[in-house]
Write a protein that binds this ligand. Structure first.
Ligand code: MG
Length: 197
């Protein structure tokens, strides 16, 4: 029996790459510049200093983590169907979010996607606030402790195997990887496999 479902944020509950690509289109006219920066970004997993250097080199001006997160957040919209699916899930099990990133930027994205309306504030763990990041098993165990659930009864859903499979496996959680950001439909399908009625 599942007691809790924990979610990654970027590219799991929000379509971070789509927002990032929209920002690239708004900033860089030259397709080769957009492609180069997209490569350095590596779906948000590439080195940030290298990203900001490339940003400036290709004529995008100065960029930093806080500004980037705000620009991404400005291009997110709440997915009402997914939010309804999460509310429904929250009626059955505890839900939470465990994400790597800086506090202000991640909170900005959570608000933009209205996820702060469906997940309790005390059930959101941001590495920049708690001082422990994925894939450290401690970050997953801390979240399970906060939810007051057994890791073995907790499912972690994320998109990035090195963080979102290795970490939860080491902490004893169940885990599933998604190949695209969740929609109401893909969430329902995944849950039907993990917690059949
Ligand atoms: Mg992610």
């Amino acid at each position: 029996m599942l007691a809790a479902v924990l979610f990654d944020l970027d590219n799991t509950l929000i379509d971070r790459d789509r927002a990032f690509n929209a920002l690239l289109l708004d900033t860089f006219d030259v397709p080769a510049a957009r492609a180069a920066i997209e490569r350095v970004d590596a779906h948000g997993q590439g080195g940030r200093e290298a990203l900001f250097l490339a940003w400036e080199k290709h004529g995008g001006g100065r960029m930093d983590q806080e500004c980037l997160a705000a620009e991404i957040a400005a291009r997110l919209v709440p997915d009402e169907a997914l939010l309804a699916g999460l509310r429904n899930l929250a009626d059955r099990v505890k839900i939470g979010i465990l994400t790597n990133g800086a506090s202000q930027g991640q909170r900005c994205k959570l608000r933009a996607a209205a996820l702060d309306q469906v997940v309790m504030a005390e059930h959101i763990w941001i590495s920049g606030e708690v001082g422990c990041s994925k894939p450290s098993p401690d970050s997953f165990l801390r979240a399970c402790h906060g939810l007051a659930v057994d890791p073995a009864s907790t499912l972690y859903i994320g998109d990035h195997a090195p963080h979102d499979s290795v970490g939860p496996a080491a902490a004893g959680l169940r885990h599933r990887l998604v190949s695209a950001p969740l929609t109401a439909e893909t969430l329902a399908h995944l849950l039907s496999e993990e917690m059949p009625l």
